[in-house]
Write a protein that binds this ligand. Structure first.
Ligand code: LRH
Ligand code: MN
Ligand code: MN
Length: 395
């Protein structure tokens, strides 16, 4: 959407802004509650006590960024009696409910696995939960069911690797059959943790193989924090897009493992490279969901979510600025450094003024963080939520 003329980047900013205006970044309900590491959960002021209050906070992120119109739920962390009423509450606050995240990792029963557990009774219980989540999707109008399994083994010989894959395939097939025409499941992989010898869905290859067998309603989700150090995530993104199997991202940053830090904080260049593949691979649209999967353990949460949304926007804007014609020409003529320079030109562009303009055109403050701070929301809810139990992991 841009062209290089005598060293100056000439850009069709209108087209870039139009594309950015339609961006949809989903925030996770669990980002608003208390969180921590396995060593300590630090309680913060003003933290929501209920799923409704988490939605209220998510609505603030949308109010100031204009591109975060949905919030993902995690079940049973966000258990309520009436999910249709929760969806109505969200609508009332100007947002919608997004992906339903299943949780088959918190019960004592799941010590040796959920859907891959050697005990059929526990497998049945886990499957029941996944099907219950689809019922919830029916009530909330959610399209996506996110499946992450903590299942795996710690010791060689502990269980049969192939039998566990068979049990997984069996459960996934039942869930797939239960999905409505407009629903999908997103299968998430993770290299390690909590299991350390084998995870049952450790990588995109395993997730892809299971999804491929089932059909188009089974898609892979790439959680950016779930890879070995040095993994070329943009290659995975490009490959999944080629196969029409990239369903979503769980965005976050990592230095070492599943750190769940703010997306774009640790490695904004990697985020840009990922977004470049998304844009070039035809993944920029509602069929690839951009979700945040983060926890703000030491920083303020709503502010942290606003920053994260802005970080994704900035990386996207840069990816949209890549001069594709110049890139192709350089690539096709074997101009290695010329091609690299085209990408770097886009990456090194300061897109903050463009995003400020876009926000003004959308009727928003150009500086979402400042506007949020000025709004007094945090002070108000800190006061209102003084009493009662703050929501947090496991709540
Ligand atoms: C697992 C994971 C998965 C869970 C979330 C809380 O590490 O990324 O997406 O649902 O964290
Ligand atoms: Mn995740
Ligand atoms: Mn994770």
């Amino acid at each position: 959407m841009s062209s290089q003329e005598s060293g100056i980047l000439v850009t069709d900013t209108k087209a870039v802004k139009a594309a950015l205006r339609t961006q949809h970044i989903e925030t996770p309900s669990w980002a608003y509650g208390n969180s921590g590491t396995r060593f300590k959960v630090f309680a913060q002021q003003g933290v929501p006590r209920t799923p409704e209050e988490k939605i209220d906070d998510a609505a603030q992120v949308h109010r100031f960024t204009g591109v975060a119109p949905t919030v993902a739920l995690h079940i049973p962390w966000d258990r309520v009696d009436d999910y249709a009423a929760l969806a109505a509450h969200a609508r009332d606050r100007g947002v919608g409910l997004g992906a339903i995240n299943s949780n088959v990792f918190q019960d004592d029963d799941y010590m040796l696995g959920s859907v891959t557990n050697p005990d059929p009774a526990i497998r049945k219980k886990a499957l029941r939960h996944l099907l219950d989540c689809v019922d919830i999707m029916d009530a909330t109008g959610s399209r996506d069911l996110k499946l992450w399994f903590s299942d795996g083994t710690n010791y060689p010989g502990q269980d049969d690797i192939r039998a566990r894959q068979d049990r997984l395939a069996e459960a996934l097939a039942v869930v797939y059959e239960r999905l409505g025409d407009d629903q999908r499941f997103l299968l998430e992989y993770k290299l390690f943790e909590p299991a350390f010898y084998t995870m049952d869905v450790p990588d995109w290859g395993t997730a892809y193989a299971h999804c491929m067998r089932l059909g188009p309603k089974a898609q892979v989700v790439v959680d950016t924090g779930h890879h070995a150090p040095g993994t070329n995530i943009e290659f995975i993104v490009a490959s999944l897009l080629r196969e029409n199997k990239l369903g979503a991202f769980d965005f976050n940053s990592r230095f070492y493992a599943d750190d769940d830090l703010m997306v774009g904080a640790a490695d904004p260049f990697q985020l840009f490279r990922i977004m470049h593949e998304v844009v070039q691979g035809g993944g920029y649209g509602e069929h690839v969901a951009f979700m945040l999967d983060q926890c703000h353990n030491i920083e303020p949460k709503i502010h942290g979510q606003i920053r994260s949304v802005m970080n994704v926007q900035e990386a996207t804007a840069k990816a949209l600025l890549v001069d594709v014609e110049a890139l192709r020409a350089a690539q096709n003529s074997g101009d290695v450094l010329g091609a690299n320079a085209v990408l770097m030109d886009a990456y090194n562009t300061d897109v903050r003024p463009l995003l400020g303009e876009l926000r003004e055109e959308m009727g928003l403050d150009p500086d979402p963080v400042a506007a949020y701070k000025r709004s007094g929301y945090f002070e108000r809810v800190s006061d209102e939520r003084k009493d009662g139990q703050a929501a947090g992991w496991g709540a």
